[in-house]
Design a protein around this ligand. Sequence first.
Ligand SMILES: C/C(=C\C(=O)SCCNC(=O)CCNC(=O)[C@H](O)C(C)(C)COP(=O)(O)OP(=O)(O)OC[C@H]1O[C@@H](n2cnc3c(N)ncnc32)[C@H](O)[C@@H]1OP(=O)(O)O)CC(=O)O
Length: 269
Amino acid sequence: MQKDSNKNYKSLLVNVEQHVATVTLNRPEIRNAFNDEMIAELTDAFSTLGADDEVRVIVLAAAGKAFCAGADLNWMRAMADYSYEENLADADKLAQMLKTIYECPKPTVAAIQGDVYAGGMGLVAACDVAIAVKIANFCLSEVRLGLAPATISPYVIRALGARASQRYFLSAEVFDAKKARQLGFIHERVSEEWLGDEVAAFCNKVVKNSPDAVKTCKQLLHDVAGAPITDELIADTVKGIADIRSSEQGREGVQAFLQKRKPDWLMAD
Ligand SMILES: C/C(=C\C(=O)SCCNC(=O)CCNC(=O)[C@H](O)C(C)(C)COP(=O)(O)OP(=O)(O)OC[C@H]1O[C@@H](n2cnc3c(N)ncnc32)[C@H](O)[C@@H]1OP(=O)(O)O)CC(=O)O
């Protein structure tokens, strides 16, 4: 059975077929960077599909050239000028979106057709399984922009490992899909023409299994794999991004990206 579950989403496409839901990020012109609207829609889509008995697995895919360029920097720049309380409340919505994806009771698969930068790394890390094309590049680029991988950190550090995270959080080095596979950040690396088949093959295996047993496995994997993602931890990460994006260097880094120039960190202080 095929079902079009798009509701009135503006930044997403949602489709359900044979128990597999596909949520497609659909702002290809800015490389699927997410703003407040996309954050609200992703939160709603994963909550709704997570509660839908017909859905047994959810694929997070993306339209166009890149998988996701992280937070929309026009939105980040705008938030820096809001009151601190509004800035915190807004950052909390980003944190809650990631938590909703991570805690979704259905297995989630990131189908990565292109580059994954900054907040996009959080989306991939919040999913259970990640399959990427060979040409995809990965980068925790935030520090280049005077920002920090804050709300995404609980998920990325779990998926990438503490040691590799130290290297890539601090350097913002770009790494390729081969390295991402070696580090365990992605599970499989395939040619572009095989991405759909590889993702479908994985989903078909999940769909044949007992939905209740799969749900229990997912809960166990979270419980056993690491310290719980508590409200206190989330609040720390929310404060982390709210503080840094309204700082002088955060404003300068984002402004420099949007103006297509190099940031001047010293002038910002
Ligand atoms: C979640 C938290 C923080 C963040 O996520 S901060 C976001 C940081 N993001 C980045 O550093 C990525 C910036 N983008 C890129 O480096 C590149 O776009 C790319 C992803 C490597 C893809 O390169 P490509 O050459 O394919 O595309 P262009 O660079 O030409 O971009 C096309 C078009 O899109 C605009 N754009 C790209 N990314 C963003 C963005 N994040 N926000 C807004 N706009 C973006 C780009 O400016 C181009 O626009 P034109 O008008 O066409 O020039 C914090 C936490 O963890 O809490």
